[in-house]
Design a protein around this ligand. Structure first.
Ligand code: FAD
Length: 457
């Protein structure tokens, strides 16, 4: 019987899965599909506890959906897959394309190691595969808005149907799931495809109409919280785009939400064209920006990482990161700006810290989100924009509900002082620090450093 191998990576679902359909097609009537996941130490080790745990739970969910047929093997994919192909006599290996820098290198190595057995890529984790949308002259977009317009104009295909029956090849030896991670008090969302679809249904039915108003309010449950599911492909963005309502009442909300998905696609596209941008500033001039490394740097880093800077919205965000392995988008921008422009620390260290602690940690969205804030990446956020943490707090968390939730020391501080407790009569409440730096002064320092780089001084 012909057997095709389906190598799951960032596509841990059975619905809207073109590579699964291609594997089925290849096996033909009466043929079998062997579902495989390779636990690659190069991805597993640096992922950090929350992502490892979430991935483990997604695999458990997939294993259940496959009736126990999923084969788990750990090791170097270029060694593990050819061995498995020989073991079961598979004639092809099917994947959803991985367009990240490591994924591309790894897949090229696997392809070479497979020899005559083809590695067939169908679909990707994006509505439009990175690299497909270019300017008229064939060069990549560097700015979001024109990319988003071209992305919409390019369009995407309809969701792929969920196959009714698949003959999964059974009784192939598998390792056990990796052990559960000790996450302490950190709480993660339920993992897997059905949890993703349930979260999506709830968001679409209950929250989407209010999205334009609530999406910037960190105290409100106003966004979809789908990022970790998108990261591991428990749901495909095409599924979401196809199910968006088409009526006047929600038109603005739909546009805003699709725009956010477009940001995800834009950053993946930038990374595809410029793989080195995962580590280096996109804007080469920004490589010369001076970051602090002298005495006191480590103390300030620790204050930031532990949520003890004395700036309530920054501290709430960093404590949300530790408590939920997720942070509201507005607050991600605020805490990132604070590290880079108030504490003058390298965005790359902040980005690594996020990738270790976020359950949705994703190289393209994270590192380009950091570059956007640091003013080293895709344009739009001009280098001189420095988030004022007090003003941002007052604007987006006016009653202080969010900061009180994550910084209990501030629970009894009156609303008018909750974003600047150092002004409250008697100063900050017991146990809560004075600001570790003076924002107004540090803003000037940051601007001077950026100006120096821009003027080539
Ligand atoms: P929603 O508002 O419901 O948006 C829907 C989806 O659109 C998200 O799930 C996400 O896939 C995508 N999206 C939304 N905003 C952005 C954005 N600005 N950039 C790219 N995609 C976006 N997102 C990640 O998925 N992984 C990361 O590691 C990550 N790191 C970030 C680091 C920084 C410094 C910043 C400023 C942003 C980062 N983001 C990252 C983007 C964004 O903060 C999250 O995607 C969003 O908060 C997830 O919550 P949600 O699913 O409720 O979003």
């Amino acid at each position: 019987m012909p057997t095709s191998l389906l190598w799951f990576r960032r596509d841990l679902r059975l619905g809207d899965h073109p590579a699964l359909l291609a594997a089925l097609d290849d096996a033909g009537p009466g043929g079998d599909v062997l579902p495989v996941f390779v636990l690659d130490p190069r991805l597993w080790r640096p992922a950090g506890g929350p992502r490892r745990q979430f991935l483990r739970d997604c695999l458990a969910d997939l294993q259940q959906s496959l009736g126990g047929a999923l084969v788990l093997r750990s090791g170097e994919p270029a060694t593990v897959l050819p061995a498995l192909v020989r073991e079961v006599g598979a004639t092809s290996v099917h994947v959803s394309a991985d367009t990240g820098p490591y994924g591309r290198r790894r897949d090229a190595a696997v392809e070479a190691a497979l020899g005559d057995v083809p590695l067939l890529r169908t679909g990707s984790p994006y509505a439009v595969t990175p690299g497909r949308v270019t300017k008229g002259d064939g060069t990549p977009f560097k700015v979001f808005s024109p990319f988003a317009r071209a992305w919409r104009a390019h369009g995407w295909r309809a969701p792929a149907p969920r196959p009714e029956t698949v003959r999964w090849l059974r009784d192939v030896a598998s390792e056990d799931l990796p052990p559960a991670q000790d996450l302490g008090a950190t709480r993660l969302p339920a993992a897997g495809e059905s949890a993703a679809l349930a979260a999506w249904d709830r968001f679409r039915e209950e929250l989407l109409p209010g999205y334009p108003d609530t999406r910037d309010r960190p105290a409100t449950d106003g966004t979809s919280r789908l990022s970790a599911y998108l990261k591991y492909g428990c749901v495909h963005p095409r599924t979401l785009l196809a199910a968006l309502p088409d009526d006047d009442r929600t038109a603005e909300a739909v546009r805003r939400f699709a725009d956010e998905l477009a940001w995800r696609e834009f950053y993946a596209d930038v990374l595809w064209h410029r793989p080195e941008s995962a580590r280096e500033p996109l804007d080469a001039r920004a490589g010369a920006i001076e970051y602090d490394s002298g005495p006191g740097t480590e103390e300030l880093w620790t204050a930031w990482a532990q949520g003890r800077t004395g700036y309530p919205i920054v501290d709430a965000g960093m404590r949300q990161l530790l408590g939920e392995a997720w942070v509201h988008n507005r607050v991600r921008m605020i805490v990132a700006s604070f590290l880079v422009k108030d504490l003058h620390q390298d965005w790359r260290r902040g980005a690594r810290h996020f990738l270790q602690h976020l359950v949705d940690g994703d190289l393209a969205s994270n590192n380009h989100g950091w570059q956007w804030v640091a003013g080293t990446g895709t344009d739009a956020s001009p280098y001189y924009r420095v988030f004022n943490p007090t003003r941002q707090g007052k604007q987006f968390d006016p009653d202080g509900e969010y900061v009180r939730r994550w910084v209990p020391e501030l629970r009894d501080v009156p609303a008018r002082f909750v974003h600047e407790p150092w002004l409250a009569p008697g100063g900050p409440p017991p146990g809560y620090p004075e600001p570790v730096v003076d924002h107004a002064a540090e803003q000037q320092v940051a601007l001077a450093r950026y100006e120096q780089v821009r003027s080539g001084g």
